[in-house]
Design a protein around this ligand. Structure first.
Ligand code: ADE
Length: 233
């Protein structure tokens, strides 16, 4: 999979070269390219923002650098991947990102993330982007970040680990929180007693049926207590 990220703070994404996603890039499973939006400006100050029409607080990202960035990333001139890309703009005004969104996006060949800053990006950019690919505005949750970078890091990690070959043991993906609509069961390792706290005895029983039943009950109980909304309650 090819992922292009456009940002005015490309160094935010240095962390994505670490750990599993770093290994996936080394192995050629994931081609992650981070671009500086200012590379598509032409003035001496490399300007990416301007005051809003109609007045109001803050600055708005100008459309021209975004148009040029999307043209060059979507038309394959920098990207070897074929077909129309999925173009994602993180936004607190977008659809909420879930494990289902991650799964959907992990099945695509080419994602382009556009990180907005300030009061956002000139609205016409979203309409123009729709002529180049499928546009999605996606929110990490109901709170406001300073810009899209942290949201794109979170989404890239959630999507990247679903690409076949990125996580060594695919079984670990199946048992995680949210994969079956429930929160994950609790995990324990050695020692069996630690600071007067015992590991639940069923886990030491060797009875695989009883362990599976206990884990499922724990998933239900946790979900009921912590996230009743997931059960429709
Ligand atoms: N940019 C600012 N806040 C955001 C959020 N909650 N999700 C995605 N992008 C954002």
């Amino acid at each position: 999979m090819r992922i292009d990220v456009v940002s005015i703070f490309p160094s935010y994404f240095d962390g994505l070269t670490l750990s599993l996603l770093g290994k996936a890039q080394d192995a050629g499973i994931l081609d992650l390219q981070v671009h500086d939006l200012r590379d598509w400006t032409h003035d001496r100050h490399r300007t990416v923002d301007d005051t809003p029409y109609g007045g109001g607080a803050g600055m708005v990202m100008k459309p021209e650098p975004w148009g040029a960035a999307l043209d060059s990333l979507a038309d394959g001139s920098l990207s070897p991947s074929k077909g129309r890309p999925t173009i994602i703009f993180p936004s607190p005004a977008g659809e909420v990102f879930t494990q289902a969104t991650a799964r959907d996006l992990a099945a695509r060949d080419h994602l382009i993330f556009g990180c907005g800053r300030y009061e956002g990006i000139d609205e016409r950019v979203f309409d123009y982007a729709a002529s180049l690919g499928e546009v999605r505005l996606i929110s990490l949750g109901d709170y406001v970040l300073n810009g899209g970078e942290v949201a794109v890091m979170a989404m890239t990690e959630a999507i990247g680990r679903l690409i076949p070959g990125v996580v060594g043991n695919p079984e670990s993906l199946v048992e995680e929180s949210h994969e079956d609509g429930l929160l994950e069961y609790p995990s324990y390792t050695k020692p069996s007693v630690w600071r007067d706290r015992d590991v639940p005895p069923v886990l030491l029983s060797g009875n695989h049926g009883a362990i599976a039943a206990w884990r499922h009950e724990q998933q239900l109980e946790r979900t009921r207590t912590r996230r009743p909304d997931l059960l429709g309650e």
